[in-house]
Design a protein around this ligand. Structure first.
Ligand SMILES: NC(=O)c1ccc[n+]([C@@H]2O[C@H](COP(=O)([O-])OP(=O)(O)OC[C@H]3O[C@@H](n4cnc5c(N)ncnc54)[C@H](OP(=O)(O)O)[C@@H]3O)[C@@H](O)[C@H]2O)c1
Length: 362
């Protein structure tokens, strides 16, 4: 048995046709599609259904799993850890990521945030729930304006030095906050964050495509994209109402703003766009709206991994068809998509000089 795990390996990892990309400036290779546990693993799914989904993902070449201390108040980490062991997955085959910020249910002044105290205690508690000795990447789930950046950077470095995580990253931080973390890390000769976990989908583009633009070039940052289907909206299943049993039907309070938006002219315009994109997906690529939306995010060169969410193994199998569509997204098709979406973030001004890509090429 490996010193990294105390359970027997029962299943060998086969990457199938999954492409891998380097995560940010690090040497870590992540699959283009990974699986996350928000609202599903340990939440709407408990017991065997969690195992079925993780097994379906692993069998399809997904070896990266994302969770957070706050998901289902710690149950997401518990379920993920339990299933990894029950399926007998080899720890070194896996990339496990978790996130700290909101704590787990308790309301004490130090039960969340990014103080050194919560980063260290929160990491140890997450590892306890996962039943693992380390995670691969630990993310600051949000920025904490009440903690000095030096304390945050030093605490994540301590976590790495202890061997509790291999890398650290940020989630939904502004470009300025990420850049400050880089500067503090560089000044103190410490390890900087390697990735930003942000929302990126056809309707949420400004931050990943514009605000972070210079970070990709200067620091080779990449993203671990969340909600690539905008919570399921980009499958087209909400075009004619809210079907029973879906995420928006089950979590009306949490998705209150999105549900309200669907009634407004802007929401109706989004549905019109989804219908046009569905037509393009079916007629030009012989695929579904969901698959097109996922391939579109994965096609972005700054995307490290697209974290899929799924409430059923069949959704996962359908969504992974995106791997075949990525190479079919030619500049012409991408241009047609941009025209339908009509929300391409404005490029930064180059004042008449030709713009360069993240590798400094014209
Ligand atoms: N860092 C952060 O702040 C943050 C925030 C959010 C999420 N995340 C991470 O990102 C992961 C993915 O986010 P997400 O779950 O919001 O992703 P998403 O892809 O936008 O939504 C996933 C949901 O859409 C529905 N769906 C997926 N595929 C479908 C298909 N083919 N047909 C019909 N419905 C389909 C399912 O919901 P139903 O079947 O229930 O309707 C599924 O649970 C999370 O699990 C979490 O790990 C991170």
């Amino acid at each position: 048995m490996s010193p990294l795990q105390d359970w027997p390996v029962q299943q060998e990892y086969d990457p199938k046709n999954m492409p891998f990309r380097r995560l940010g400036p690090s040497g870590l290779r992540v699959p283009v599609f990974s699986l996350g546990g928000w609202l599903t693993l340990g939440g709407s799914l408990i017991g065997d259904p969690v195992k079925d989904i993780i097994k379906a993902a692993f069998d399809a070449g997904i070896n990266m799993f994302d969770t957070a201390e706050t998901y289902a108040d710690g149950k997401s980490e518990e379920e993920m850890g339990r299933v990894i062991k029950e399926l007998g997955l080899r720890r070194t085959d896996l990339i496990i990521t978790t996130k700290l910020f909101w704590g787990v249910g308790r309301k004490g002044p130090n039960d969340g945030g990014l103080s050194r105290k919560h980063i260290i205690e929160g990491t140890r508690e997450s590892l306890g729930r996962l039943g693992l000795t380390y995670v691969d990447v630990i993310f600051a789930h949000r920025h904490d304006h009440n903690v000095p950046m030096e304390e945050i950077v030093r605490a994540f470095n301590y976590v790495i030095e202890q061997g509790w995580a291999n890398y650290w990253g940020t989630s939904e931080w502004t470009a300025r906050e990420i850049e400050e973390a880089y500067h503090v890390a560089t000044k103190l000769n410490l390890i900087a964050p390697i990735a930003e976990q942000c929302q990126h989908n056809m309707f949420t583009r400004d931050r990943p495509e514009k605000e972070y633009h210079h970070l990709y070039k200067k620091y080779h940052l990449s993203t671990t994209v969340f909600s690539p289907l905008q919570f399921g909206f980009l499958t087209g299943k909400y075009n004619d109402g809210i079907p029973e049993g879906t995420r928006l039907a089950q979590h009306t309070e949490q998705f209150h703003t999105l549900l309200k938006d669907l009634e407004t002219p802007s929401g109706k315009d989004k549905i019109r766009k989804i219908k046009e994109l569905t037509k393009l997906a079916e007629e030009e690529l012989q695929t579904s709206m969901a698959v097109l939306a996922l391939a579109w995010v994965a096609k972005n060169p700054n995307t490290g991994t697209v974290i899929l969410g799924a409430s059923k193994p069949e959704q996962l199998v359908e969504n992974l068809k995106a791997l075949e569509i990525i190479p079919k997204l030619t500049p012409e098709i991408l241009h047609k998509i941009d025209k339908i979406l009509a929300n391409t973030p404005e490029a930064l001004p180059s004042h008449g000089r030709p713009a360069l890509d993240r590798f400094g090429r014209i």
